[in-house]
Design a protein around this ligand. Sequence first.
Ligand code: ARG
Ligand code: ZN
Length: 866
Amino acid sequence: KVIYLKDYQPPAFAIEQTQLNFDIGPDSVIVSSRLRVVPCGSDTDLVLQGENLTTLAVSLDGVPVDAARMTETESTLTVRGIDSACWLETRVAIDPWGNSSLEGLYKSRTMFCTQCEAEGFRKITWFLDRPDVLSVYTTRVEADKSDCPILLSNGNCINRGDLSDGRHFAEWHDPHPKPSYLFALVAGDLECVTDEFVTVSGRRVVIEVYVEPKDLDKCAHAIASLKRAMRWDEEKYGREYDLDCYMIVAVDDFNMGAMENKGLNIFNTSCVLAHPATTTDAGFQRVEAVVAHEYFHNWSGNRVTCRDWFQLSLKEGFTVYRDACFSADMNSATVKRIEDVNLLRSAQFAEDAGPLAHAVRPASFIEISNFYTLTIYEKGAEIVRMLANMLGPETFRQATDRYFERFDGQAVTCDDFLSVMEEVSGRDLSRFARWYSQAGTPVIDVQDEYNAESQIYRMTLRQSCRPTPETPDKQPFHIPVRIGLLGEAGALALYCDQLATQELADNTDVVLELTDTEQTFVFTRVPERPVPSLCRNFSAPVHVRYPYDEPALVQLLARDDDLFNRWQASQEIAIRHIAAELDGNPLSMDRWTGALEQCLADAALDSAVMAELLHLPTMSYLIDRLEGHDVLALHAARKTVEEKLAIALKPRLHKALQAYHPPAQYQPEAGQIARRSLRNVAARLCVIAGWEQAADWIEAQVRAATNMTDQLAALRMSLLLPDADVSARCLDYFFQQWSHEALVVNQWLAVQAADERGDTLVRLQRLTETAGFQWGNPNKVRALVGTFAGQNYPQFHRNDGQGYQWLADVVGKLDQSNPQLASRLVTPLTRWKQYGARGTAMRNALQGLAGQDLSRDLYEVVHKAL
Ligand code: ARG
Ligand code: ZN
């Protein structure tokens, strides 16, 4: 069944209060609920949602409801004739032990926990399970005290005590009205690390992080990150925390990264636990980013929430933008931008070009869980970034202040957000709003013309966008294109009458606002033919096409005053070389490697940016850019170019490697992270270039590294060696050392899933049968299956089609237990159209799935992709 945005109706009833009691027994959980139901209009039929509930009792104002007045189906409970405010009570039994979907209340190892977003609350009790029904919750939990010494829910603990038979209870009250998707409950045998934060107005907030006892030493980074995020949100957005305690619980089995439940965040262990010995630098940064993301939701999501799920990006896009700015402030801003753009271009562009393309505010869906996508999150964040940049920091802050103030305690829409931006800035954003309604990645074709005599430079921008499922015909987007012009001696001053209103404080860098299909901008007093630096800092989520020649790109790489665009140029150069390799006409490496050598010698250049300059574009982006080539040929060409680059740079990289001295004490801070990333990419390229001591060096690193960043980097490099014995020894050693650390074992699984040598599929199949692997744990499944299908191009796309068939088999099986996970894992097969002849085998694998009895989640993805 398809749900449409245009069919939205406000709820017929309010639920002013929600009083819940969870009675957790040895083999059953009974949920009793008392709802203060108030009719909002003339409708008197109350239709509640529920799923997998065993209804035990229903009563109205204390009187059991007559069977004749009530209808229960698989998914609804209708009570008729409610024409005034009343108390509706239900009692249901639920089965958290048998709940492998990880949605609703479920058991993970020794604890009970919940995941309600988007529509999991209906697996707990009968309710109006939609985000625009806000209610004040009081929750009582009782359980056996030795099994579940910890009993948590949202808000503040208002009562707790012992009961007979070794049982105990706790009662929680959350004063802030909230939608059901923000409800949370945790019960189990956990330990807790405590800290405190004093807010700007002097309110003391207790911070508690709950983990299994073995993980107590891995909480410090999350707590430090949380405190930085709390301060940052006060300073940058004027947002203060609003409860007496802030709790984070770490759980092993979780479908996503984390969840922002009011006052009680629940986190995938991979996004909260961190320790230098077991966590990489990237892992530390991920924890910092996700902790901040969930914290920022307290305002962008919880205090101001979404009216309906079509508005999901209202909270996710905005919150991703907020966490990206936070991470940029805490680390290297350029590197953060490069990472985000890389992700967007590799994964979101592919999504936007494929059969599941959807607008940032979709017009329809079958299963909302399928819409927690890169488009909603990352492209949504790019939209907010464009707005923030167009308004400028002061106006944007005024606008967000007004947004939070006006809509506090309400469930609103993306249009509400835009209307505040419009009102405060006085700008016309009617065209800009199309970013929310039109899917697809716009393409900007840039043409220019220089007249040496008149010193006039004209730049013409023409936009277009391919048809996508819901929007075949596109209206022009409003696209801010930040540009600079590079001359022989550096950036040129820009004079353009069309930009008269624009602040020309720094007139070497301007924003051209493209609002029509085609516009020409005329620059005067341009003394020489410039090289344009386009879409600086990735000012809009678009493809830009300009007929650069290699010398121009090399000039940008070496000297652009926009650091991001130096990286951008290096990616373009690499694409040229890979394309030329594919055509059998390889380009000379000299100019490119010359520029990179200069960069390497430049002590002022951030090592982390330097490391990025040495990374070739991802396969996924190359497939998008170099359409029509066979994926294995593309992969081979990429490898050839990487090898040539490595050989050309080897002496310089080797020197960098020798010059590296490990810090006395590991710290996950920007300076150290930058040096480690350059060192490890240098080592990797030296290995690729055939460094004689590679095997010894790698094995020594795997055995002796004192931090996970260096150890894991070396383990990965071992797979590049021709001698499989060395990598086998490294993998064994690594597993022996870390078999007791689940998150490290996941990395070990992922490394093997990415192995491009030999018969990886046979080895992976065998791994799934070992103790380190469990199908019920999404992190393990993603590490093994997700890495194989998403990153191991030569093996997934093997000629016999077995890679595809294996994925389809795995997905079909997983769909029985965890539909959300299954429908995510199937993604690589949905891109079959991009793979020419191989696409047929991919499509056949999908077709096989379509013939089975599928969950709603997987059904939607498979059928849209076929
Ligand atoms: N709102 C969460 C976040 O991005 C993710 C929601 C999890 N959703 C799910 N269907 N498991 O912070
Ligand atoms: Zn979020």
